[in-house]
Design a protein around this ligand. Structure first.
Ligand SMILES: [Zn+2]
Length: 92
């Protein structure tokens, strides 16, 4: 079986996951990852909070806004000082 999702994959498809655009099998794999990865749960909560604020403050976001957000947060996660080295920080 190769249904395991890495942190990077989860972050890459986070917008699709939240919008329900992912196929059910993919969503299930994401849910499994979230069940054992507190880092991604925290990230997801922050992401939803930011998107929620943005939607309240303006019209529905164009696609490039979430993408920029993901890119920015990925950059933060990539900083060695932000995340201790380990399997969770280095997706296969
Ligand atoms: Zn993760």
């Amino acid at each position: 079986m190769c249904s395991e999702v890495t942190c990077r994959e989860l972050l890459t498809f986070l917008a699709e996951y939240l919008s329900g655009a992912l196929p059910p099998a993919r969503r299930e794999a994401f849910d499994e990852h979230l069940a054992r990865c507190p880092e991604c749960v925290a990230y997801l909560n922050n992401y939803q909070a930011i998107i929620g604020l943005a939607k309240r403050a303006a019209e529905p976001l164009p696609d490039e806004v979430p993408r920029d957000l993901v890119t920015a947060l990925l950059a933060v996660r990539a900083m060695p000082s932000a995340i201790p080295p380990g399997p969770a920080a280095l997706p296969r």
